[in-house]
Design a protein around this ligand. Structure first.
Ligand SMILES: [Ca+2]
Ligand SMILES: [Ca+2]
Length: 95
């Protein structure tokens, strides 16, 4: 693995703060429009979630995308954080 991950909790979840989570998410913003689209989220889930990622991401974008525009808006990142905690082996640290 090229990336050295800073911290894992005892149950193997990757811990990150909201800031780190947003930064991680922005890495998947391939067209650099500042928003994470359905396709970009699918990539993020595939990288983190492994098997069944496609199904998870479809479910994910539906539960995350509260206003249904197909993008994760800034105010929907919290929803995505919830999704990541449930499905992507991530724990968000609320500092
Ligand atoms: Ca984008
Ligand atoms: Ca949205």
């Amino acid at each position: 693995m090229a990336i050295k991950t800073r911290s894992y909790s005892v149950d193997g979840k990757r811990e990150m703060t909201m800031d780190e989570f947003e930064r991680w998410l922005k890495r998947f913003d391939e067209d650099k429009d500042g928003k994470i689209s359905k396709d970009e989220l699918a990539d993020a889930v595939r990288v983190s979630g492994g098997w069944f990622a496609r199904r998870k991401s479809k479910y994910g974008i539906q539960s995350v995308d509260a206003n249904g525009n197909g993008f994760v808006d800034d105010n929907e990142i919290k929803n995505l954080a919830d999704f990541a905690e449930k499905h992507l082996n991530v724990r968000i640290l609320h500092l």
